[in-house]
Design a protein around this ligand. Structure first.
Ligand SMILES: [Zn+2]
Length: 317
């Protein structure tokens, strides 16, 4: 582009910006708050964006697929090769009587590009002290780190914390920790960092139990030994909160049999993923998942080879 036409284009863009009464992008580098509200029957749901982690991946990332295949799947989603975008979105459920938060974000302890959950909660008009109940899907750091600040202070001071019983018994067992290494050992240590001084307050549920009014936990073991999903029912409507059974839909809904390294039991995780995707597609259920692109909500359609996320369209109401 010549200097003249570039200047003309910039002048045109500035004129358009002035016309619309907008600030130029350079003056407002941040997005609007990552908050998306929707209704489910009588319940008001709010998707709260915590951020995204761009995880470099190599040929070994999927146990049963090669690097070229994985990069082809990223390319089909118009994503660059060898980097997996992992976004984080927690779900706030207002039942009218209680405020329930499902998973808690990263508290900025995993990557610089995530940790905005509390700011987005504030943008939604909710101080952390107003949360009554916290439901934890599993003990990976991106789901539990938000319970504490970096200095170890409780973030949700008045909330009851509910965790899956099999998740607690696996990660808090010293024998299991003594046999762990690498990243998994880090997860054991992190679970203790989060829970050691609040262990007596933490309540445990059996996956399958109703854990809050209209919220039923659903066993979805495999990603971790006690990994749990949730089904929310209100006013004749249902939402399936898939937690980490699918994660990035362009990889794992389109290729449900792929077994990434972070699924501790690959075949069991595949079975849970297929069960959940199948149910969502067959029953045309609204779904939500922690690592789907924001607002992390949509429907699941069956395709010839797998499944496809059909995201909700942003709505002003
Ligand atoms: Zn996760």
């Amino acid at each position: 582009m010549s200097g003249v036409s570039r200047r003309a284009m910039l002048a045109g863009a500035a004129a358009t910006t002035a016309l619309l009464g907008l600030q130029p992008a350079a003056a407002a580098p941040l997005q609007a708050p990552g908050v998306y509200r929707y209704r489910l029957g009588d319940y008001r749901l709010t998707a709260l964006y915590d951020g995204v982690w761009y995880l470099p991946i190599d040929d070994k990332f999927i146990r049963n697929a090669g690097g070229a295949e994985v990069n082809a799947a990223l390319d089909a989603a118009f994503l660059p090769p060898s980097v997996l975008p992992i976004s984080f979105t927690a779900l706030l459920v207002d039942t009218g009587r209680r405020l329930v938060l499902i998973d808690t974000g990263t508290a900025g302890q995993i990557t610089d590009t995530a940790g905005s959950l509390i700011a987005n909660l504030a943008a939604a008009g909710v101080p952390p002290d107003r949360i009554d109940t916290i439901l934890i899907s599993h003990f990976h750091p991106d789901h539990i780190d938000g319970l504490k600040t970096k200095d170890g202070a409780k973030v949700f001071r008045h909330a009851e914390i509910w965790v899956p019983e099999p998740e607690w018994s696996f990660w808090m067992d010293d024998g299991n920790q003594s046999r762990a290494s690498g990243a998994v050992l880090g997860y054991f240590r992190n679970a203790r960092r989060i829970f050691h001084d609040i262990a007596k307050e933490v309540r445990r549920f059996r996956p399958g139990d109703e854990v809050a009014p209209g919220i039923v936990s659903v066993p979805a073991f495999g990603h971790t030994p006690g990994h749990t999903a949730f089904a929310i029912h209100s006013g004749g409507m249902s939402l399936l909160v898939m937690s980490d059974t699918v994660r990035n839909p362009y990889l794992f809904a389109r290729h449900p049999d792929w077994q990434p390294l972070f699924d501790m039991d690959g075949p069991m995780a595949v079975a849970a993923r297929r069960r959940m995707l199948d149910q969502a597609a067959a029953d045309r259920m609204l779904v939500e998942a922690y690592h789907f692109p924001f607002p992390a909500c949509g429907h699941i359609a069956r395709t010839a080879t797998g499944y496809e996320l059909v995201p909700v369209e942003w709505s002003p109401l």
